[in-house]
Design a protein around this ligand. Structure first.
Ligand code: ZN
Length: 262
């Protein structure tokens, strides 16, 4: 019997300017972790996001084009999601679902690498990824998600708020648009560690969470602000611990594989 556990991994870091993460901040270099998550579960393992695709580690300029001049992956090939997953002793066939918060270039590292997986994303995100507005174009690489033969499952915005993947409360989905049009966040309930909110990019850092700044990248300021409000209420009523999306202060304080939250 597989225990329910949350494992934290990362595909290295991304180097950018502080202003790319925090609106109105400096042009100083700012390095952020690129997390991904594994939830082991008796009904089948679950991956969330998968970090930066390994192709971007092998040749950043080829895979990301001119975006790599602004955002640079500090990542080795062995940091790829599948490589780390196998190295950790897990079987790629054991992954039943891959959940996508959104389809930005640093959240698509699991796509296509898990043969038995159904890939779950918001329909609005999937559709936007194929035809982003000009200011979001650099955030998507079509080769990441335009893969024939993938089994997708689409969620329909807030109609699916609280969707409970295995029916036991372990993983629930919440629509949190604003950073991207179809962004979603996750509420986890772990047997011993309690509730966790994975904000992903609905709040890059605790500054966003605490309503002290807006993100440097978004599609709607109003949606960004309301999605944080929504998650703050969900965290409050569930007494949840918060894990923000790309937080250079918080990430080092969290347990990483082989440690876990059980
Ligand atoms: Zn993003």
């Amino acid at each position: 019997m597989t225990d329910i556990r949350l494992y934290l991994f990362q595909t290295g870091h991304i180097r950018q300017q502080e202003v790319d993460i925090k609106m109105g901040a400096s042009q100083d270099e700012f390095i952020t972790p690129i997390p991904w998550f594994l939830i082991t579960h008796p009904k089948g393992n679950i991956i969330i996001d998968g970090g930066t695709p390994v192709e971007a580690a092998i040749d950043p300029h080829k895979h990301w084009g001119t975006v790599a001049e602004r955002y640079f992956p500090l990542m080795k090939e062995e940091d790829g999601c599948l490589n780390r997953f196998v190295e950790a002793g897990f079987d790629p066939k054991s992954v039943r679902y891959v959940l996508h918060s959104h389809l930005h270039i640093d959240h698509t590292g699991a796509l296509g690498h898990f043969p038995n997986a159904t890939y779950i994303v918001q329909r609005r995100e999937y559709e936007f990824a194929y035809a982003p507005d000009w200011f979001s174009r650099g955030a998507y690489v079509k080769a990441d998600f335009d893969r024939p033969g993938l089994k997708w499952h689409f969620l329909e915005g807030q109609d699916h708020d609280g969707f409970d993947l295995y029916g036991d409360g372990t993983v629930k989905f919440y629509f949190t648009p604003g950073h991207s049009p179809g962004h979603q966040s996750f509420l986890l309930n772990l047997p011993n560690s309690g509730a966790y909110v994975l904000t992903i990019d609905a709040a890059y850092t605790m500054d966003h969470w605490n309503e002290k700044c807006l993100p440097g990248s978004m599609t709607s300021a109003i949606e960004v602000a309301r999605s944080v409000q929504k998650l703050r209420m969900i965290a409050d009523v569930n007494d949840a611990t918060i894990i923000t999306g790309h937080d250079p202060d918080m990430w080092p304080t969290l347990k990483k594989f082989p440690e876990y939250y059980g």
